[in-house]
Design a protein around this ligand. Sequence first.
Ligand SMILES: [Zn+2]
Length: 157
Amino acid sequence: IWSTKLLSLLFAAQQWGPVCEGNPTNEIRGCDKYGCGNFGAPRHVGVDVKCHDGATVFAPFSGQLSGPIRPFHNGNAIDDGIKIEGGGFCVKLLCIKPDTYRGYVRKGQRIGKMLPMQQVFPGIISHIHVENCDRSDPTFHLTNGQQDQQDQQGQGT
Ligand SMILES: [Zn+2]
């Protein structure tokens, strides 16, 4: 009984929470006219979690914030983001407006808002770009193993 309990606790610690209001399972963007949201899509080293413009953004795990992280370096309406590091994880959450760029946040705590992606890419499936700092695939932790590379392939909307 103890070991089962310990294992489930360990497993729970590995699971990332939802990053966007309205998307409790961290559902990943399929394909649209701008490209696809899965890890390994052309020129894509992260995973795109569906998120409506203006939605509240949450910390996927507890950790230390740093930033800003600017994905486009051109000051457009979605050129902002943050890094979170803690518990052996390190991710960048991009195209969001962080409430603050410094300090410690707990898993599930509000960290900011989704930026107006439709202004820059009209018709795109708005999303938070989630990228591991070491550029590895974050899909498993993000979706708690419920989605993997295979499931993603050919998934279009
Ligand atoms: Zn992306």
